[in-house]
Design a protein around this ligand. Structure first.
Ligand code: DGL
Length: 275
């Protein structure tokens, strides 16, 4: 895809979409490259988790929501900051929306370049690890490596809890590490693909669970670079004293529950609404 012409409206936001807080791991990287960009962060928490849903459910949900959101808010670009939604619904969403769409797919290519032992672990949701999209990435970039996949849905819940400031039982990290290590050749894993955007939010905890010598990789740096490339030359709001108008939209939210506000504020978002 070639860069789109500037939308003309400097206030047009970048729309980042996830089933929950996972997309904030992508937003963190986008902020570093494009600090002046207005952001609309959308959490489909009414549909969380996506990982245990069918392909048809996820495609219908993501296409429907993104259709309504783009019609209403006219983002200059949409980033599906969710591996589950991207590996399943990216092609369908691209078919129906006019706006540039950037997806998030498992970082198997960089992992294949990083591994020294040739054994790569991959943590994702149940839905992501069974996708043909992942088989194709493996065949294209890691056919001479061993890729061990493990679904770790409880890490999604752990990331949601952590960002709300709730305690998380460290056994969840130990279980994810132990499951990969227990697979044939799992003891030789030196690189782990965090193939769910919730998981980089737990990298320190996972690093402690895997022990020294294991490196982690996710797609967020590449996504941020791609968004910067696709919006190159476009106008942004003037930085002087203006509020960029960042906003978080939740598909389900109790107005009295502000437990996520401190986390959202760390990513520069002070306004939270229900969509
Ligand atoms: N953050 C999502 C991903 O990247 C999925 C979490 C979920 O809803 O199961 O896959």
């Amino acid at each position: 895809m070639t860069p789109q012409p500037a939308s003309g409206d400097p206030a047009a936001p970048l729309l980042l979409f996830d089933s929950g807080v996972g997309g904030l791991s992508v937003l963190g990287k986008v902020r570093k490259l494009l600090p002046q960009a207005p952001v609309m962060y959308v959490s489909d928490n009414a549909g969380l988790p996506y990982g245990n849903k069918t392909e048809a459910q996820i495609t219908a949900r993501v296409s429907g929501l993104l259709g309504r959101l783009t019609e209403r808010y006219h983002p200059r670009l949409v980033c599906i900051a969710c591996n589950t939604a991207s590996t399943i619904a990216l092609a369908s969403v691209r078919e129906v929306l006019e706006v540039p769409i950037v997806g998030t797919v498992p970082a198997i290519k960089p992992a294949a370049a990083m591994t020294r032992t040739g054994v790569i672990g991959l943590l994702g949701t149940e839905a992501t690890i069974r996708q043909g999209y992942v088989d194709r990435l493996e065949a294209e970039f890691a056919s001479d490596k061993r890729l061990l996949r493990h679904a770790a849905p409880e890490l999604v819940a752990a990331a949601e809890a952590k960002l709300r400031g709730e305690p998380v039982d460290p056994a969840v990290y130990a279980r994810a590490a132990a499951a990969l290590r227990a697979m044939p050749d799992g003891d030789r894993i030196d690189t782990v693909v965090l193939a769910c955007t919730h998981f980089p939010l737990l990298e320190a905890e996972l690093a402690a669970a895997f022990g020294p010598g294991t490196r982690f990789v996710d797609g967020s740096d590449g996504i941020a670079r791609r968004i910067a490339f696709l919006t190159e030359g476009q106008e942004w709001p003037s930085p002087e004293g203006t509020d960029r108008g960042d906003i978080a939209l939740f598909t389900l939210a109790d107005p009295a529950d502000d437990s996520l506000m401190p986390a959202l504020l760390r990513y520069g978002i002070a306004t939270r609404l229900v969509f």
